[in-house]
Design a protein around this ligand. Structure first.
Ligand SMILES: [Zn+2]
Length: 196
């Protein structure tokens, strides 16, 4: 089973250039590739965060932290809860979509053409978790389950309201490496469990 569909066509986020420019100013010592990888990760984590917000999954923080020493960085979204042993199908599907949203938001944000390459390079852990969830949701129709979830995430990311929230999170991550819970809900709006 493959995650990601080559049928998808993504147009780069209109604010990509502006975000990249701000990172250039903030980190003048960084090379262009490093800046692009950093922005890529910001789209990825913000995608997880905005979709989690949509499904009413509580987010403790969104973070993209830089290593001082080796030029790397690490992105993370921390949720207060995760799928449980007795979670219903709808809950598992929400977590699957939150899971897929990282790579898909990075794809949409950066205008990447090959989402499968992104899964290889940037979404290994997400993909393992997605496969586990799909195995629980629809063990006998995995490909269809994945396709349906991907279509929904794509639709959500295409909504201007939701994409605006992705951009708000990136905006905040450019300012400082951690968006804590208070800032997260102040930016994106109150906790919302009806967004299904
Ligand atoms: Zn991820």
């Amino acid at each position: 089973m493959k995650t990601g569909s080559n049928r998808n066509e993504w147009t780069r986020c209109p604010r990509y250039g502006e975000f990249l420019e701000r990172l250039r100013i903030k980190y003048p010592a960084f090379g262009e590739q490093r800046l692009k990888r950093l922005l890529h990760t910001m789209y990825h984590e913000s995608g997880h965060g905005a979709i989690a917000h949509h499904f009413g999954v509580e987010v403790a923080y969104v973070k993209v932290s830089l290593s001082e020493s080796d030029g790397s960085h690490r992105g993370e979204v921390f949720y207060f809860s995760g799928p449980k042993i007795d979670s219903d199908k709808e809950t598992l599907e929400s977590f699957l979509k939150i899971n897929l949203a990282g790579v898909m938001a990075a794809c949409k944000g950066t205008g990447a053409v090959n989402i499968n390459a992104l899964w290889e390079s940037n979404g290994y852990d997400d993909r393992q978790e997605a496969f586990t969830l799909i195995g629980r949701i629809a063990p006998r129709s995995r490909d269809r389950c994945l396709e349906t979830a991907e279509m929904h995430v794509k639709e959500l990311l295409a909504s201007s309201d939701l994409w605006h929230r992705v951009q708000l999170l990136i905006n905040a991550l450019i300012e400082k490496p951690v968006v804590p819970m208070d800032d997260f809900y102040r930016l994106l709006g109150a906790k919302n469990s009806s967004g299904k």
